[in-house]
Design a protein around this ligand. Structure first.
Ligand code: SF4
Length: 323
């Protein structure tokens, strides 16, 4: 299929336990009806304020947070949640994740060669006699010195540790990688190196990325398409150029108006959002953005807007664009 990943009305709610006997007293609607398709070999950036459901979306796609609440996740046309445990285990190699904090996701007691190769051996991905060369090549491709494979994570810098995490993911020969804020913890000078590494590897290995970040300039640089999340909803998504030059949703406009403009003579039309993001345990009715939207109309308080395609591949969920 043209789309490696098709996500359809995906929902992930978490129960809120409380009261006597730990009864369920409510639910957090972390992901509340997210729909998008991702083309093979491309990168989709996923942006939004913290708590908007970006990370839960990534983890739910990978089936890393228990059962989903609703919707579909089709990977190469196959519903991920229908797979029995054994097949899911095999699929795990194809769908990888890298995290913001490379240190906490690396075992301090293992040398890096072992960290990178552990799962390769477990899944018997390469014949025994080729194993060492395979790990050396992966390390080399990720900008690590193969002769450093007996060193431990603490002997590496933050940027190198992220390279180790990338090498560990890459060693499993994945098709799809969720990159969850992979450069947010790194110095700006190192960020560009890691982004360039991800881009090189994408080309070399035909990887598809879901790139989660709150940093819009990084997202603009790496993404082919961008999705904007607000309180568990994907409010807008489309080609990166369309989203950055012609944002349609009032929330996207506000979020993007906060990007510093390099040209000091350019007029800054900064839109300041009033109030803070409401709790996903008690989201506003209708359009969840209505409590902060300058364009709010009466119907917005009652009726949730549905996603509409405004130009080819550019989708928005807002009543302003209803015919
Ligand atoms: Fe604003 Fe209404 Fe559009 Fe929601 S649906 S973003 S409240 S105009």
């Amino acid at each position: 299929p043209q789309y490696i990943l098709m996500v359809n009305d995906l929902k992930k709610y978490f129960p809120i336990k409380g009261g006597m006997m730990g009864k369920t007293v409510g639910q957090v609607k972390a992901v509340d009806g997210v729909t998008f398709n991702l083309k093979r070999g491309t990168t989709m950036g996923l942006v939004g304020e913290s708590g908007c459901g970006k990370t839960t979306t990534g983890r739910t796609i990978l089936r890393l947070s228990g059962e989903k609440t609703g919707g579909q996740v089709l990977f190469n046309g196959q519903e991920v949640y229908d797979l029995p445990a054994k097949e899911m285990r095999a699929l795990r190699t194809k769908m990888q994740i890298i995290f913001q904090d490379p240190f906490s996701s690396l075992s301090p007691r293992l040398p890096v060669g072992e960290i990178i190769g552990e799962a390769v051996r477990e899944h018997k991905l390469v014949p025994k006699e080729e194993y060492n060369d395979y790990i050396d090549k992966i390390m080399d491709n990720c900008g690590l010195q193969p002769f450093h494979k007996d060193r431990y994570p603490h002997e590496f810098s933050g940027g190198q540790r992220q390279r180790i995490c990338i090498a560990r993911a890459l060693a499993l020969n994945p098709e799809f990688v969720v990159c969850d804020e992979p450069v947010s913890a790194l110095d700006v000078s190192i960020q560009a190196q890691i982004i360039n590494l991800l881009k090189d590897l994408q080309e070399q290995y035909a990887l598809t990325y879901l790139f989660i970040s709150h940093d819009l300039s990084v997202v603009e640089h790496i993404s082919d398409t961008v999705g904007v999340m607000y309180l568990g909803n994907l409010v807008e998504y489309g080609a990166t150029a369309d989203i950055f030059r012609n944002p349609l949703h009032p929330y996207t406009k506000a979020l993007f108006s906060a990007i510093p403009i390099p040209d000091p003579t350019a007029k800054m039309n900064r839109i300041v959002l009033e109030g803070s993001i409401p709790s996903p345990a008690n989201p506003p009715s209708g359009c969840k953005f209505h409590t902060r939207c300058a364009n709010c109309m009466n119907r917005c308080k009652e009726e949730a807007p549905v996603q509409k395609e405004m130009e080819p591949g550019h989708f928005v969920a807002c009543h302003l664009y209803d015919k």
